[in-house]
Write a protein that binds this ligand. Structure first.
Ligand SMILES: [Fe+2]
Length: 557
């Protein structure tokens, strides 16, 4: 059986994946190919890439599975909220709901553009409930026989948070909190109030939080411990325009790009703190209801690596799997598995141990790009050893190897890497390449065996989706990847999973005694992570990176 999974909501992060006989072959977000960050258009390019990789035509696909309910269900829930006063009825809100419905209805929620672009075929179109698709995307890749499955996001059609019980290859629904009782909405509103882009820049609030102090009372907006939590939408969204209620309590909204005050830091602290308490509360409820000791997390809120790290460190759960593509790009993975539930069927359940599901470019393709642009380059006999030498000499490197990662994190395929021992390296990478806000931390990639020596928890963290405390005596050893509160967001790299990247870290360790590198995504601020060799070269020459190790080639400035 060949199935395509698709995320297409016209909201954000369109993506596609392809599964053959229960085995995931390939997945990619539209933004990587189109170069439009969070691209919400129909994922034509991503679908084409899936078909190319699997060497099949659209006519051979058995099921095309969208990770959303049909358009009418989103609209009906909106109308119910307007009618009951749970969401402000404004001209703008009504217009947005109607416009979204009309467009999705016209497109048959994606089936119409699929048929138009790829022609008629035997494929059955399916619409998988959004939270079920998220839940499938984590349980079916966890490798756990039995698990509590928690989905928390901005919104599905009607869902905000849901709990499921994964058992023996099946998923049972336990409970759903309807939108707008949403942790994602709570966090996004404050992200906007703090001058960042909602549903995109929540990382920035999370990074800012440790600079704040406790003391801001958000109880008018959320009760984070109310079996499991309660969001007070009326105050949170006011009339749906502006931040009048926030402003009266917390001061004026921050202008984008303006200075960060102590009040902003303290608000970020309070928002993150409330979110952590609420997430923990949902997890406790899920464990209680399912009587399971294992936990799977998905949905955009599960990208909150700080909260995830606290859940892991709490000792409440035996094993945790957080879907690396926890946000909506990841529903393509889950939707593609929905047909396996037909007729009381069982889900395939193989633990996902890496995120390298995207396209790769071989040396021939890379050399062709280098020659096309007449770029001077050297062929390397040992890319990992050369990269380690350059890193130990303080160089900032672009590292482009193998299959591109699926999900928001660079995990050693499309990465910018640097020496984590240099306390100035954070500022150097920021000034030369990323141009990011000063408070956002960079993350470390560890040789897996070395993680316990440096970290207090998260020894198995292949996806950089958990934070852990760096051992106090090691904080000065890797200062540029240790956050102000002593935490880090580690990737643990295994020899069998990514031999080349592992060897780079190992070689760096042999030279310096520290088997850890700083790893950030290979992109400029506001751009999608690089996809092709051309993207990599363009980014390299638009930044202050010193060298680029691309396939077996070295490019130096
Ligand atoms: Fe979602």
């Amino acid at each position: 059986m060949l199935t395509l999974g698709i995320n297409y909501s016209q909201m954000h992060d369109s993506s596609a994946s392809i599964v053959r006989d229960g085995e995931l072959l390939f997945a990619v977000a539209e933004e990587r190919i189109s170069r439009l960050k969070h691209d919400a258009r129909f994922p034509q390019l991503a679908i084409e890439a899936c078909l190319d990789f699997a060497k099949v035509s659209a006519a051979q696909i058995d099921d095309v599975c969208f990770g959303w309910q049909p358009a009418g269900q989103v609209f009906r829930h909106d109308l119910k909220l307007y009618a009951t006063g749970r969401w402000p009825v404004s001209y703008l809100n009504l217009l947005n709901s109607s416009r979204h419905f009309a467009s999705m209805w016209h497109q048959e929620s994606g089936a119409a553009p699929f048929r138009r672009i790829f022609g008629p075929g035997k494929a059955q179109f399916r619409y998988v409930d959004h939270h079920l698709a998220h839940a499938l995307s984590c349980y079916a890749y966890s490798g756990f026989e039995d698990a509590a499955v928690v989905v928390m996001d901005g919104r599905g059609a009607w869902e905000a948070t849901s709990i499921w019980h994964g058992h023996a290859g099946r998923l049972d629904h336990v409970l759903t909190l309807d939108w707008p009782d949403s942790l994602g909405l709570f966090y996004a509103q404050f992200t906007g109030f703090l001058g960042f882009v909602p549903n995109s820049d929540e990382w920035k609030v999370m990074g800012l939080a440790p600079y704040g102090q406790p003391g801001i009372d958000l109880s008018e907006y959320i009760n984070p411990n109310d079996a499991p939590y309660r969001v007070h939408t009326k105050h949170l969204v006011g009339d749906g325009i502006g931040f009048a209620h926030f402003a009266a309590r917390l001061g004026a909204p921050r202008e984008p790009e303006s200075d960060i005050s102590d009040q902003h830091k303290n608000i970020a602290f309070a928002v993150q703190d409330a979110c952590e308490i609420a997430m923990m509360s949902v997890v406790k409820l899920a464990l209680e209801k399912t009587k399971s000791k294992n936990l799977c997390l998905a949905g955009g809120v599960a990208l909150n690596s700080k909260a995830n790290g606290k859940i892991v460190a709490s000792g409440l759960v035996r094993q945790v799997f957080v879907q690396p593509a926890a946000a909506d790009d990841g529903v393509a993975l889950g939707a593609a598995l929905a047909p396996y539930l037909d007729g009381n069927g069982k889900l395939p359940n193989k633990a996902m141990r890496h995120g390298y599901w995207g396209p790769a470019f071989d040396d021939e393709a890379i050399e062709k790009a280098l020659q096309t642009y007449k770029i001077r380059h050297t062929k390397l006999s040992d890319a990992a050893a050369t990269a380690a030498q350059l890193l130990s000499a303080g160089k900032i490197l672009g590292w482009f190897q193998g299959r591109m990662e699926f999900g928001p994190r660079a995990l050693g395929s499309r990465s910018i890497i640097a020496d984590p021992r240099d306390p100035e390296m954070n500022a150097k990478v920021n000034n030369a390449v990323k141009f990011r806000e000063w408070w956002r931390p960079f993350a470390p990639s560890f040789k897996k065996e070395a993680a316990p020596e440096y970290l207090e928890s998260a020894y198995d963290s292949p996806f950089m989706i958990l934070t852990a405390q760096v051992r106090p005596e090691k904080r000065s050893v890797i200062p540029s990847v240790t956050h102000v509160d002593g935490s880090a967001r580690p990737q643990t790299v295994e020899r069998e999973i990514n031999p080349l990247y592992y060897r780079l870290i190992d070689e760096f360790g042999k030279i310096t005694g520290v088997p850890v590198v700083m790893n950030t995504s290979f992109n400029l601020r506001g751009e999608a992570i690089v996809h092709t060799p051309t993207d990599a070269l363009r980014t390299f020459y638009s930044s202050g990176m010193d060298a680029l190790v691309i396939g077996s080639f070295l490019v130096e400035k």
